[in-house]
Design a protein around this ligand. Sequence first.
Ligand code: BDR
Ligand code: CA
Length: 299
Amino acid sequence: THRVLLDVDTGVDDALALLFAVAHPEIELIGVTCVSGNTTLENVVQNTLAILDVAGAPETPVAAGARRPLIEPARSSHVHGGDGMGDLGLPSSRRPVDPRHGVDLARDLILGSDQPVTLVTVAPQTNVALLLRQYPEVAEALDRIVFMGGAAGVGNATAVAEFNVWHDPEAAAITIDSGVQTFMYGLDVFNQVGVARSDVDALLSGESAAARIAGRLLDFQADGAHIGDAGALCALVDPGALHVERHPVRVELAGASRGQTVVDRRPRVGEDAVHGLHTALPLVDVALDIDAPRVARLF
Ligand code: BDR
Ligand code: CA
């Protein structure tokens, strides 16, 4: 089993990730930290609690973390509806919010665990960066950090930048340079995992509330149903479904390419005329291709 701490900006597809994490027998979800991104921090917390109710999650601690990126103001995306999670009108949850800041909850859970924890972030990486800076000792206790973010190819927030990294590029740079092995589940694979209409319909008429809500979340997506952030958790339990290569990665912090993840896929890296010694860049396991039907089935 994978002991997972999940960082979210719930978020239609973050909700799918939460449902999957609770449902999958090989994932032990030990806590959830919230960050602003798709929507405001307040919405993210409420959406997360409401989805955990639907999922029938046990008393999983949920804490609020950063309400804005390290440098820039928060810039919510509007593609997730007014409440940031598809305007499903779910009843508000009576689950308590953990009184600790998300960063402190993460620290306590990671250092308190008797086995390595996998930190999975499907949101801008502000909480993760703050955690690694404030409590560097957590690095030792982490198995690795799996992040949904970045793109080796085409972006979405800009032509070259993916939303989560674009929203807080400095945070992403801190994460991949932390010394903890990172796994990038970026747009190159993220965009591939669609769900067929017949499967959405099957979920919509499913027996469990979790299935029906998953169907509605998939249905909400204007650009075709896809599992989105949930794919990062699928990658954890079925790594064989992905083609992964370890490459140097640099996060662009300036100019028009701000937020781009430059994946150096050259077979031989060496002295680089523009960027200095590329071998000094952190090496990231980058998911470049995915068996989409296999992962959609898993979901
Ligand atoms: C990412 O941005 C958000 O809108 C999604 O939840 C996902 O984490 C995709 O770029
Ligand atoms: Ca997200």
